[in-house]
Design a protein around this ligand. Structure first.
Ligand code: PMP
Length: 441
């Protein structure tokens, strides 16, 4: 293990970057805790990028997967298996509106690729609207959809007919507004943008209800009600990317439920199968009817991932985890706001439920990626795992498994308090930073 970083550097491409100066080699997980190769245990408040939704090594998931491993592992979408149809039926039942037809893949990237193809087939249009600061995945088209150049590998997907309209970044509102004076100019701007930057015939808008990799950017409640009708006016469908926000994470079943809009297509991955690879694209029968193919995914719909997903959804329901996310999320948010009150270099606190972000800044809201990196490093040393993100790399992402307890939230808050004090101790220049926090409505 000693030379694992050297071996990683030699045998994996350098694009595979990892958190932490000392390599963190995880070998075991249990609930909200993970253990590294030296035997040290950490409180996990990132869950493998919001993937471990019901906790590590949940017995119900382990039992379902073990049972399936002993029966049948894989067949491809060419054959009908019960777990695949069961999951499609379950998704039809719990998704909003009349969404009821699924196509399964093995990642969020593929789920979004599928959604865009579906929208193009259904509308006969090609142009796609995405939001600035978005993240959609790592295929050519998904990098094209992604609204952050750092994730485009030097320009992949940029030749596609995809344009990025304003997101709802209230902390840095490009229209100079604060939430109490917001006129949703960011959403309204889409009309002129579509008329100028596209053919005027849209296949779709793709958007995350809360932007994940973008730094947990959380739009005001009426954002999508303003934006989606504009998109529909130009013939486009609304693809709701719930890869990070789906299945209880935000304190409601889906992130978009906070926004009062019913999507035409939804995409899922990450937390749906509690860590097993999965991607799902769900749409209405009318839109699905145009997706005739032939189309196939070798591992999509594989019974292992399907069983894991069915068990995960069952645990979320029976353990009342959406409500737990709402309640513990409020406690987490309250503690983070207090932290920002004490340490205003944490300029913004935002998010919903168990998806909370901290944006690190210097004077005049100058993004401070170095401070975010030091905070991440300090929390790691103290035994807490969190994530990082944002266009400027200055946002800390906090997203524990939905099973998190009140005492674990308190423990994490105490560790974040200590980590912030350490960052401040290294940076006397932060002492006189005024608060720039905005108050979300
Ligand atoms: N959409 C969103 C919102 C995501 O956060 C991600 C992954 N970070 C993806 C799509 C791509 O998912 P995957 O990495 O499984 O391809």
């Amino acid at each position: 293990m000693a030379n694992i970083k050297d071996r990683q550097k030699r045998y994996l491409v350098p694009g595979v970057t990892t958190y932490y100066e000392k390599p963190l080699v995880l070998v075991k997980g249990d609930g909200r805790r993970v253990t590294d190769a030296t035997g040290r245990t950490y409180l996990d408040f990132f869950g493998g990028i919001l993937t471990v939704s019901v906790g590590h090594a949940h017995p119900a998931i382990a039992a379902a997967v073990t049972d399936q491993v002993n029966q049948l592992v894989h067949t491809s979408t060419l054959y009908i298996t019960e777990p695949m149809v069961d999951l499609a039926e379950k998704l039809a039942e719990i998704t909003p509106g009349d969404l009821e037809q699924s196509f399964f893949t093995t990642s969020g990237t593929e789920a979004n690729e599928t959604a865009v193809a579906m929208a193009q087939l259904a509308t006969g249009h090609q142009d796609v609207l995405a939001l600035r600061h978005s993240y959609s995945g790592r295929s050519q088209a998904a990098m094209g959809l992604t609204g952050q150049s750092a994730w485009k590998l030097g320009g992949a997907g940029m030749a596609l007919p995809i344009r990025h309209t304003q997101n709802a970044y209230c902390y840095r509102c490009p229209f100079g507004k604060t939430p109490d004076r917001c006129g949703l100019e960011c959403a309204r701007d889409a009309e002129a943008f579509i008329r100028t930057a596209t053919s005027g015939r849209l296949a779709a808008l793709i958007a995350e209800p809360i932007q994940g990799v973008g730094g947990f950017i959380t739009p005001p409640p009426a954002f999508f009600q303003e934006l989606v009708p504009i998109v529909r006016k130009f013939g486009g469908l609304f693809i709701d990317d719930e890869v990070q926000t789906g299945f209880g994470r935000t304190g409601k079943r889906f992130g978009i439920e906070h926004y009062g809009v019913v999507p035409d297509i939804m995409t899922f991955a990450k937390g749906l199968a509690n860590g097993l690879p999965i991607g799902a694209t769900v749409t209405t029968a009318a839109i699905g009817a145009r997706y005739t193919g032939p189309t196939i995914s070798t591992f999509g719909g594989n019974p292992l991932s399907m069983r894991a997903a069915l068990a995960t959804l069952n645990v979320i329901e029976t353990e009342n985890l959406t409500e737990n996310a709402r309640v513990t999320g409020l406690l987490l948010r309250e503690g983070l706001e207090e932290l920002s009150d004490r340490y205003p270099a944490i300029g913004d606190v935002r998010g919903l439920g168990l998806m909370q972000g901290l944006e690190w800044v210097r004077h005049d809201k100058t993004p401070a990626p170095d401070l975010a990196a030091e905070f991440l490093e300090a929390t790691g040393e103290l035994g807490l795992l969190v994530g990082k993100g944002g266009l400027y790399g200055n946002v800390i992402r906090i997203a524990p498994p939905l099973t998190v307890t009140v005492s674990e939230v308190r423990e994490a808050l105490e560790l974040m308090n200590q980590a912030t004090a350490l960052v401040y101790a290294h940076h006397p220049e932060l002492q006189d930073i005024p608060s720039t926090r905005i108050h979300y409505v």
